[in-house]
Design a binder for this molecule. Structure first.
Ligand SMILES: Cc1cc2nc3c(=O)[nH]c(=O)nc-3n(C[C@H](O)[C@H](O)[C@H](O)COP(=O)(O)O)c2cc1C
Length: 212
């Protein structure tokens, strides 16, 4: 294996370095975040830095880049407090990727890329109709990460929409069956392959294979 020193990495061009370091943390979940602008216009953008923060209450966070780089989703969430997170299926990864383009404020990426906004249960933000796993969030806290001017946007899950055939007897959601796409780096998308599920690990007991 080759050793890449920090000195060498810092000497690379911006794009080469960005591709390398954005792949290092591994495969990531990737979703479309749907929000509503104060004018009523919908906004949709792709995010892959999404993390589970706790089960009860169900807190899920995502990293928003500095405001000047990615302004609309964060501003809409701060104003409206409600937003949706929608998994992506393989058939429309190109449309999902296109939502990362810098469209002007108040322009709906749904219309620009050809995805369908879905309003239901009187929720104040749009879901993505084409998405097989959708959940609705209420803003809890925006944590400012001063070191690089990014934000950890923490929300509470308040509704979920999942096709029941993907939900196992123990509540496990088979996202391989749902074909939820994963992301790698800044622009790579892939599909997950099931390997195994295991019993709860204990120091004095061998694992049981549960199947997937
Ligand atoms: C695969 C992929 C993943 C991305 N993940 C993030 C992310 O986690 N956080 C972020 O701030 N921007 C992310 N972006 C960039 C945003 O999609 C982009 O800045 C978008 O224009 C933000 O839209 P907004 O200004 O409407 O919020 C990602 C882009 C791509 C292509």
């Amino acid at each position: 294996m080759k050793h890449y020193s920090l000195e060498e990495i810092q000497g690379w061009s911006r794009f080469y370095r960005a591709n390398f370091v954005n792949s290092l943390s591994g495969f990531k979940p990737v979703s479309l975040i749907g929000t509503t602008h104060k004018s009523g216009e919908f906004n949709l953008a792709i995010f892959s830095n999404i993390v589970h923060l706790g089960a009860d209450p169900t807190l899920i966070g995502f990293i928003n880049r500095p405001r000047e780089a990615a302004p609309h989703t964060l501003a809409n969430i701060e104003q409206n407090l409600f937003y949706t997170i929608n998994h992506i299926s393989p058939e429309y990864i190109d449309k999902a990727h296109q939502t990362s383009a810098k469209y002007p404020e108040g322009v709906s990426e749904f219309e620009m890329v050809g995805l369908t906004p879905e309003i239901k249960i009187d929720f104040k933000a749009p879901f993505v109709k084409e998405s097989m796993v959708q959940y609705a969030m209420e803003l809890v806290e925006v944590v400012s990460i001063k070191h690089n001017n990014t934000f950890l946007v923490v929300g509470k899950m308040i509704h979920a929409f999942v096709e029941p055939s993907y939900v196992g007897e123990d509540g496990f959601i088979d996202l391989v069956k749902a074909q939820s796409v994963v992301s790698l780096g800044l622009d790579g998308y892939g599909e997950a392959t099931a390997l195994q599920r295991f019993s709860y690990a204990k120091p004095d007991q061998p694992l049981t294979e549960l199947g997937f």
